[in-house]
Ligand binder design. Structure first.
Ligand code: NAD
Length: 336
């Protein structure tokens, strides 16, 4: 099929996607462009780095000259590169706007000049903001609460405007929370697994009441590939279908998996603007043939197993993964 440029392909989801695309017989060439920030590592690509179909380039999506040259050499772009951690967006907002908004604009300009055939912009359900009931559909308004989600929402709008204005064949995907092997331990599932493996305490925001849909990274990649191949330009596709859980229910599952008790859980003050609930309607992508395959308990067991077998990949990152916040003593030992 195509010569595909993947931005952010040394990060968590992008590296799973690059490995997946390399297995497709009709994909002739995959180039990963990644700045290798604290969140990226070529180790995420592992043995895929040996594939003759893969070229890895360390570079910044804000580098217009570089991305213009790369866009000329590829027929499709799948854009994952981003600052992706909500907590960091509270104290380093400029980096989120720089990479997520200006970086996306720089890529879109390059795609427009090169006349690429496909541009998949990978986004998040967080752009819809919190929902007390029901599920967000692609046509719903976007109401981001935090700087990370606002930067993604802005980039979604710029991307869609490049379809309307210039005819760049953009599709946008918005997925729920991903988990799986090789995720940076700043995110809740790998952080809790890493802490349980080390015998450290867990910390839950507020009362652990926040509801998220947990989607295995390979299911998200299945959806993104479908959109790359069969999405209609100018359209947005929600990708969900995992399991909805409060963070406390998720913690309960992980504790059981490690035979640990609630006595190792501390409750810490909730972070600012912590959206209570996200929920997605994903019937539109289901109509393209999307069907998530991984159950949460099996997916978590597989994920925990990867972290158990690869301590060298996450242990050095753990100390900086989450800022220390004082526990709320009265909430300790608060069972589900
Ligand atoms: P990640 O933080 O693991 O990876 C991001 C990658 O982008 C890293 O490899 C980093 O080095 C690279 N990068 C950052 N700035 C760059 C720049 N200026 N130029 C080039 N490369 C740069 O993120 P992830 O969890 O894999 O998320 C990938 C995409 O999916 C993001 O756009 C994110 O918003 C979106 N998303 C993530 C989730 C999730 O649960 N993780 C859910 C929905 C959507």
């Amino acid at each position: 099929m195509e010569q595909v440029l993947i931005t952010g392909g040394a990060g968590f989801i992008g590296s799973h996607f690059a490995r997946r695309l390399l297995r497709a017989d009709d994909v002739a060439r995959v180039t990963v462009l990644d700045a290798l920030t604290y969140a990226g590592s070529v180790e995420n690509l592992g043995e895929a780095m040996l594939s003759p179909k893969l070229t890895f380039i360390r570079g910044d999506i804000c580098d217009a000259q570089l991305v213009e040259r790369l866009a000329q050499e590829h027929t499709a772009i799948v854009h994952f590169a981003a600052e992706s951690h909500v907590d960091r967006s509270f104290y380093d907002t400029g980096s989120f706007l720089g990479t997520n908004v200006l970086g996306t604009y720089t890529l879109l300009e390059a795609a427009r000049k090169a006349g690429v055939c496909r541009f998949v912009h990978v986004s998040t359900d967080e752009v819809y903001g919190p929902l007390l009931t029901g599920q967000a559909a692609e046509t719903d308004p976007i109401r981001p609460s935090v700087p990370y989600a606002a930067s993604k929402a802005a980039s979604d709008l710029v991307a869609l405007s490049y379809f309307q204005t210039f005819g760049v064949p953009v599709c946008v995907t918005r997925s729920s929370n991903n988990y799986g092997p090789r995720q940076h331990p700043e995110k809740i599932i790998p952080l809790f697994i890493a802490r349980l493996l080390k015998g450290h305490r867990l910390t839950l925001h507020g009362r652990g009441q926040h509801v998220r849909n947990w989607l295995h990274v390979e299911d998200n990649c299945q959806g993104i590939e479908l959109v790359l191949r069969a999405g209609t330009p100018g359209e947005v596709y929600n990708i969900g279908g995992g399991t909805d859980l409060t963070s406390k229910e998720l913690t309960g599952l992980l504790l059981r998996m490690f035979d640990a008790g609630w006595d190792c859980v501390d409750y810490i003050p909730d972070r600012a603007a912590n959206d209570l609930r996200y929920a997605l309607n994903w019937s539109k992508i289901a109509a393209l043939g999307y069907c998530p395959e991984r159950g949460l308990e099996d997916g978590l067991a597989e994920t925990a197993d990867w972290y158990r077998r690869n301590p060298d990949r996450w242990a050095p990152l753990l100390r900086t993964a989450q800022p220390a916040v004082p526990a709320i003593p009265e909430l300790i030992d608060h069972p589900v």
